[in-house]
Design a binder for this molecule. Structure first.
Ligand code: SF4
Ligand code: SF4
Ligand code: SF4
Length: 500
């Protein structure tokens, strides 16, 4: 056997004074870190297998466990960091692409944290959201060039709209990449709060057709689970061209995750790999995209808005302009910090651009071309809290998608090992024993609570600005100021520096 150079990432420590040998940790760790030896009546740990998911720590009844970063010092070297060295060891052993899960964790600037919101003081007094109505309802879809009335009656035909009780939706996460219980949790939460969940490219499980009014159904390059009933079921249809965590490449759900239900929902053989090609094989131009947009509109009798989702890449503004002109009703832009179930590490960490810059560039370009009203803009890619949502809307978004935040609400502990299929929290797994760990009713309550909490905070902050409708914040970059940003960054973001 060749010697492995891999060293543990985490150190698992058990306080023997506290441990009551209940073996909960043994049963709860799908990575088999904890072992119980009957003969010696003792527990041991295989540190190398620990992914730092905190399941055992959370469930240990006596709080006997601690997980620490494994204390292994390399000689200090600003160029050859431990993670760079360990990646080379791994590839020297496997000869394969390094995979990871969730979003880019590299220390690129987080522009949200360099933008500050405004507040009213004397002349434009704040509004108390507890006493006065605050409107955060949002409509996504093409808006008319102008409104015609006759005797007070609206004559203009309004294109189909997605109606949201708040400008936050659950982003595309497929059944297959996450468990059915996770999808059910998000679907039920979306219904309860009055927003949308997104099927991702995995089709719509039969149990979820009753949530169609709260579903955005996705059409991706693999066309998994796409049929007329599916298109009819959703409130809107989203064509997926790209994804922030892996711009320019396709997807791959390994055959071992394609059990009976995933296979039926995706309409592929059980146990077969679900490969989504990088390009749609019928789209090589904006004209081809236009054909697919109108095929989907035709197939649903022009009753559903059609969205196009792209990754935030260097020339995103020009791409978005083309998509708007191709007839899309909604453009979804996914920034480079967007999460995923599985992606090549190098692509995730080195391809794409921050959503903040992409959003500002797209909104400005569509305004300059006088076509901003023809599409709604939805942004995704690490919206971490209600303040990020407010800043996105002030930069020009109509609404945002959240995914990682939603999974954290369900119990995710950001271990980034979603691609292994051994999610100890029952989220990114198809293992029946692990899936059961997520109760969809509890999951729905937690996800709904998160949205309710953010909605309260949004109303609070809007009131503080003296604004009583989210519509008045949309694209209102005067409500933002930048701190610690270069002149060029401020120029692209279209915001003034703090103090100006
Ligand atoms: S769960 Fe806690 S108390 Fe139970 S065996 Fe593990 S460390 Fe000991
Ligand atoms: S992988 Fe998770 S459950 Fe297993 S030992 Fe590590 S922290 Fe505990
Ligand atoms: S979903 Fe599960 S596997 Fe993925 S990061 Fe969260 S806890 Fe880890």
């Amino acid at each position: 056997m060749t010697l492995s150079m891999n060293t543990p990432e985490f150190l698992v420590e058990r306080n023997l004074d506290r441990c009551i040998k209940c073996q909960v940790c043994v049963g709860q760790c799908a990575n088999e870190v904890h072992k119980y030896d009957k003969e010696t009546d003792s527990l041991s740990c295989e540190d190398l297998a620990c992914v730092g998911c905190h399941r055992c720590v959370t469930l240990c009844p006596t709080h006997a466990l601690t997980i620490k970063k494994f204390p292994l010092e390399f000689r200090t070297n600003a160029n050859w960091t431990p993670s760079t060295i360990n990646a080379i060891y791994k590839q020297a052993e496997s000869g394969g692409i390094l995979l990871t899960g969730m979003g880019n964790d590299k220390p690129y600037p987080i522009y949200w944290d360099h933008l500050l919101l405004n507040a009213s003081q004397v002349t434009n007094p704040s509004i108390d959201p507890l006493r006065e109505p605050m409107e955060v309802k949002t409509y996504l879809g093409r808006k008319p060039d102008k409104l015609d009335f006759s005797d007070g009656e609206l004559l203009t035909e309004i294109a189909p709209q997605v109606e949201l009780e708040l400008p936050i939706m659950f982003s595309a996460m497929s059944f297959g990449s996450i468990s059915l219980n996770a999808v059910k949790s998000l679907a039920a939460a979306a219904k309860e709060v009055g927003t949308m969940f997104n099927t991702g490219e995995g089709g719509l499980h039969q149990d979820l057709y009753s949530y169609g009014d709260n579903a955005i159904v996705q059409v991706a390059s693999g066309r998994f689970g796409v049929h007329s009933q599916y298109l009819e079921a959703g409130t809107a249809i989203e064509i997926k061209i790209g994804q922030g965590a892996k711009p320019g490449i396709g997807g791959h759900l390994p055959g071992e995750k394609v059990g009976r239900e995933v296979s039926e929902t995706r309409m592929i053989p059980e146990g077969s790999d679900a490969l989504s090609p990088a390009p749609h094989h019928d789209i090589y131009s904006i004209e081809d995209l236009r054909q697919l947009i109108y095929s989907l509109k035709e197939a649903t009798r022009y009753k559903k808005p059609v969205a196009v989702k792209i990754a935030a890449v260097h020339n995103v503004a020009a791409i978005a302009s083309g998509i708007a002109r191709a007839g899309a009703d909604i453009i979804t832009i996914d920034g480079f910090r967007g999460g995923t179930g599985a992606t090549p590490l190098r692509t995730r960490d080195n391809v794409g651009i921050p959503i903040e810059l992409a959003l500002a560039a797209v909104d400005s370009r569509l305004r300059n071309e006088s076509i901003r009203h023809q599409v709604s803009l939805v942004v995704a890619g690490s919206l971490r809290n209600s303040a990020d949502v407010m800043k996105a809307i002030a930069l020009g978004a109509d609404a945002v998608y959240i995914a990682s935040s939603a999974l954290l609400a369900l119990g995710c502990h950001m271990c980034q090992k979603c691609y292994t299929g051994k999610c100890n929290w029952g989220i990114a797994t198809q293992d029946p024993n692990l899936v059961k760990r997520l109760n969809p009713e509890i999951g729905a309550q937690r996800a709904a609570n998160l949205l309710r909490a953010w909605k309260h905070e949004i109303k609070e902050m809007l009131g503080g600005m003296g604004i009583n409708a989210i519509e008045s914040l949309r694209g209102n970059r005067l409500m933002l100021r930048g701190v610690g940003l270069s002149d060029r960054d401020l120029e692209i973001l279209g915001v003034k520096a703090a103090g100006e």
